[in-house]
Design a protein around this ligand. Structure first.
Ligand SMILES: O=C(O)[C@H](O)[C@@H](O)[C@H](O)[C@H](O)COP(=O)(O)O
Length: 232
């Protein structure tokens, strides 16, 4: 419905502030409902945030973490988002958190998506926290321009859960939560850094074609406000 920009002096300040804001959301969720859920993105941007967040003092044993999207690769693959999260987030105090992978050791991404959908059915209705990234092409999660299942994935009436995506810019086949699974998060964050990403954001905000820049689906029609955290 709306987006709100939070600007910081540098990436350190952004990570520190966003980690504090996320930790508060998770703590509030635990107080209100006894548990908390969070879906995070991969990519290079969130590493510092993950490190900061992992040190926060909250009852991580009541937090379930999953991924907004994942490559169809096992967790020992350097391109795995699971590996990224295991390395940078599931450590320090956050080592006590529960992690639900999207990748499954089965023959096809389609089978993995069905299993991941079942395994995540009890978390994220809605998620307490969703951290999105954005690529230079205007993708978010695995909603890639030209993606073979893009129309279904960003349909406001798509079922909650995980589906597959293949796209030229994506490398491996992907697993991604659908738009409705992510867009109603209690705390919906778009985490971007650098002037180039700011320009991509401005371009996205200036147009309406969601197939050209799928991030527009989030910016223009997410039921939750998109909290944009940015630093140069
Ligand atoms: O790579 C992934 O796992 C995510 O699919 C992707 O949406 C990511 O958040 C953006 O591509 C930004 O990536 P950078 O942070 O590396 O720019």
């Amino acid at each position: 419905m709306a987006a709100r920009l939070h600007s910081f002096a540098d990436a350190e300040a952004l990570a520190r502030n966003l980690a504090t804001d996320i930790a508060k959301q998770l703590s509030d969720a635990i107080s209100a409902r006894g548990s908390a859920s969070m879906a995070v993105s991969g990519g290079s941007t969130p590493k510092r945030l993950f490190e900061d967040l992992s040190a926060h003092d909250l009852d991580w044993s009541l937090v379930t973490i999953t991924l907004v999207d994942e490559r169809f690769v096992p967790a020992d693959n350097p391109r795995s988002n699971h590996l990224l999260v295991a390395t940078h987030l599931l450590k320090n105090r956050a080592a006590a958190a529960n992690f639900q992978p999207l990748y499954q050791d089965v023959a096809s991404a389609l089978q993995a998506a069905a299993i991941a959908t079942e395994k995540t059915a009890d978390i994220g209705n809605p998620f307490d926290v969703v951290i999105l990234g954005m690529g230079a092409d205007g993708h978010t999660a695995s909603f890639f321009p030209g993606g073979n299942h893009l129309a279904r994935a960003i349909d406001a009436d798509a079922p909650r859960g995980v589906m597959t995506m293949e796209a030229e810019g994506a490398g491996e086949e992907r697993l991604t939560f659908t738009f409705p699974s992510l867009a109603d998060a209690r705390f919906l964050v778009l985490h971007i850094e650098g002037d180039a990403k700011k320009q991509v954001l401005e371009k996205a905000e200036a147009g309406t074609d969601v197939f050209e820049m799928p991030i527009r689906a989030m910016l223009n029609r997410a039921p939750s406000t998109v909290e944009i955290y940015w630093a140069p």
